[in-house]
Design a protein around this ligand. Structure first.
Ligand code: PGA
Length: 244
């Protein structure tokens, strides 16, 4: 795993956006895996700036990692809404090329199967990923099988509490989500893991500690992927022994 060290959250966004923009220049029809949450927001901000300076997203295809079950796409807490607000509506990607799981489908297990099929038919060239304080990737909580494809998960209490900041109350945070599985994520040709802030420093330390991949710490699987780049800021690196 390569590590790119950056000073702070904003620099993480600009370095990641430059990295992604270069990949798009090399392959304008690439398939990009996207994430939500606080971590990638600065990346989207800088990618929008790159678009204003000429980068086109017209021919790329995107797949998001996950979506809450039960929220309509126009619900302000859904990841559909987040992606439109923070990224898609500011760039030139055609809406039919931007894929997210449909958490409001009547047949959730069929939705998972179809989403996985679409991912497999495209092959993700570069997956942007965050990490949970408990080591989750996507919504794959500790204990998730490394063989898992897109599936429905019951969210861990700690994840619901961490995400409650976006909702008016903890009760409103959905209990389930659709997520790409760990095998789906690992099938990406390349992965860029973004890690920002002190709250993630223990998880980053554990990831870098040399621990063998094991299902109780989902991110540990990344150690066995051939092409992972970690972009981490100073606060996240605190405690890992890696200095800027
Ligand atoms: P965050 O979430 O970016 O909101 O911290 C990342 C994650 O839980 O994967």
């Amino acid at each position: 795993m390569n590590i790119i060290k950056v000073q702070d959250y904003d620099e993480m966004g600009s370095v990641t956006a430059d990295y992604v923009s270069e990949k798009i220049q090399d392959n304008p029809e690439m398939t990009l895996g996207l994430a939500t949450g606080s971590t990638p927001k600065s990346t989207y901000k800088h990618l929008i700036e790159a678009h204003q300076k000429g980068t086109s997203f017209k021919h790329i295809t995107t797949f998001n990692l996950d979506e809450y079950v039960g929220l309509k796409p126009n619900d302000p807490n859904s990841y559909h809404y987040y992606m439109n607000k923070f990224f898609f509506q500011h760039i030139d990607i055609p809406s039919e090329k931007a894929h997210l799981p449909n958490g409001h489908s009547r047949n959730i297990s069929q939705e998972c199967e179809e989403y996985e099929k679409k991912i497999k038919s495209h092959m993700i060239d570069l997956q942007i990923l965050g990490i949970g304080a408990n080591g989750h990737i996507g919504f794959n909580e500790p204990g998730t099988s490394f063989e898992s494809n897109t599936h429905v998960v019951e969210l861990a209490d700690s994840t619901r509490r961490a995400n409650a900041r976006f909702f008016s109350s903890l009760e409103e945070v959905p209990t389930h989500a659709i997520t790409m599985g760990i095998a789906s994520i690992m099938s990406s040709k390349e992965i860029v893991l973004l890690v920002s802030g002190e709250a993630k420093s223990e998880a980053l330390e554990r990831l870098l500690s040399g621990e063998e991949p094991n299902e109780s710490f989902p991110a540990s699987i990344l150690r066995s992927h051939p092409h992972v780049t970690i972009i981490a800021d100073k606060e996240a690196l605190m405690g890992t022994g890696i200095k800027l």
